[in-house]
Design a protein around this ligand. Structure first.
Ligand code: G3P
Length: 215
């Protein structure tokens, strides 16, 4: 399973990258806004830190605007994946990008049928938002199971990128279901590493080591 980090904060990306297990980065307009920086500056820095797919989202909602943005974003670096919302104009743009070798990540996916359409249009990644479904009383992870099943039935190449992850159990369930990618907030990445028994065990080993006669 690939691990992406879901942030536009370059300090977080640097720290996550230092762990040696980071495969890519996803951003969205809200995450970019939190940095208070220009999108182009943020992207220019991210592509220098991580050598893997970096999702950058369009903000146009019409075909012409999305095409222009997709072209501009893709020209920044070969690792840029253009993130496109799952609306009709977005699907058109995905098919247009696929014809031109521009990579796409279809975002704001909340149903298995939306995911089927994105794969048919030629998306490289589909981003189902599990946390936001949980927020409204739906089992977000059920959506992942459905998409994985559908994509396997028809051998689609589109990768299932589990987004809107809020806690470690989302990651565990995504791995069990065979999702291709999880994009995790920095905080959740830290939670995955930590275990109280590891800390207690390490303390005990170090304390016992003090008792070993030294040369
Ligand atoms: O990048 C998209 C997604 O991961 C957003 O997550 O927590 O805003 O629902 P969240």
């Amino acid at each position: 399973m690939k691990f992406f980090i879901d942030t536009a904060d370059v300090n977080e990306i640097r720290e996550a990258s230092a762990l040696g297990l980071l495969d890519g980065v996803t951003t969205n307009p809200s995450l970019v806004a939190q940095t208070g920086r220009k999108f182009e500056d943020v992207l220019a820095e991210i592509v220098e830190i991580v050598d893997g797919p970096i999702s950058a989202e369009v903000v146009s909602t019409d075909f012409a605007g999305m095409k222009a943005e997709a072209q501009k974003l893709a020209a920044i670096h070969e690792n840029i994946v253009v993130k496109i919302p799952l609306i009709s104009e977005g699907l058109k743009t995905v098919a247009w990008c696929a014809d031109r070798g521009i990579q796409t990540n279809v975002t704001l996916c909340f149903s298995p049928l939306q995911a089927l359409l994105a794969a048919k249009a030629g998306a490289d990644y589909i981003s189902p938002f599990v946390g936001r479904l949980d927020d409204v009383g739906h089992e977000g992870m059920d959506l992942i199971g459905d998409i994985v099943e559908i994509y396997r039935n028809y051998d689609f190449d589109t990768e299932v990128l589990v987004a809107s992850i809020r806690h470690p159990l989302h990651v565990l369930e995504a791995a069990r279901l065979g999702a291709d990618v999880v994009t995790v907030p920095f905080k959740v990445l830290g939670q995955l590493v930590k275990h109280p028994l590891t800390d207690i065990g390490l303390q005990k080993f170090l304390a016992d080591w003090e008792k070993v006669p030294k040369p």
